[in-house]
Design a protein around this ligand. Structure first.
Ligand code: CA
Length: 235
């Protein structure tokens, strides 16, 4: 049936509060799911031990935060679409930065693991383009990507969003747009894929301290202990 001409298209007050309630329920459910994922990762990891690989991952061509010649390397295998990686970026990286990166003891490296489909790949391509064209702005863009990830992780990685974030961190949006159109950083993303396959990454974030893969990315004390052990060995 056609709508009466001139009838209001605005939702009624009752519909409006129903929509708000639905949004709040969605946000609460997603927040709960993130919490359950983190708790289950911690529980799964409690019985597991760190895995020592023969060699640490190559960091050639990767973004490095801190002194490139720092004695210890911490690698995060992560995904911009991953809520637990956003949690890590906000809650654990600042501690690592203050304790070890800013003091020149650790260099920190991020390697893409685009586990969550096309959006993950698009965000990875954009981050690699920023690294190639504006390496000085890479970490600002990296944090802006995580900050832009909505709490309910609904679809959010679009070319427009990625260009908007370029504006936010003061870099050339046209260059980024061209790179995204041409998929100019596909090789860099493929190189990251080869690395996470070689290290058999099962979940994100995965944290490595030199050649040691830690079972619980959220156990900062274990990360600290592994770094201290390496620092002691390098003295
Ligand atoms: Ca990379």
């Amino acid at each position: 049936m056609a709508k009466k001409k001139g009838a209001s298209r605005k939702p009624s007050r009752q519909q409006g509060s129903g929509i708000r309630l639905a949004i709040w329920i969605t946000v609460a459910v997603v927040a709960l799911l993130v919490l359950i994922t983190i708790i289950s990762l911690i529980q799964q990891s409690q019985d597991k031990k760190p895995v020592a690989f023969d060699d640490p991952p190559s960091v050639e061509g990767q973004p490095i935060m801190g002194d490139p010649n720092a004695p210890v390397t911490v690698v995060e295998f992560g995904d911009y679409k991953c809520p637990s990686c956003k949690y890590w970026d906000i809650n654990l990286l600042p501690k690592l930065k203050a304790d070890y990166i800013d003091t020149g003891k650790v260099r920190y490296v991020f390697i893409n693991v685009p586990f969550q489909g096309e959006e993950s790949v698009l965000a990875a391509l954009a981050s690699e383009a920023v690294l190639a064209e504006h390496p000085e702005a890479f970490w600002d863009y990296h944090h802006a990507l995580f900050a832009a990830q909505p709490v309910d992780n609904r679809p959010w990685v679009t070319t427009d969003k990625l260009l908007e974030l370029a504006d936010e961190v003061g870099i050339d949006r046209d260059k980024l747009a061209q790179s995204l159109m041409a998929q100019g950083t596909q090789e860099a993303v493929q190189a990251d894929n080869a690395l996470h396959n070689a290290y058999r990454i099962q979940y994100t974030p995965t944290i490595m301290v030199d050649n040691l893969m830690l079972p619980d990315p959220f156990d900062y004390e274990a990360i600290r202990a592994a770094i201290e052990e390496r620092l002691g060995a390098s003295e």
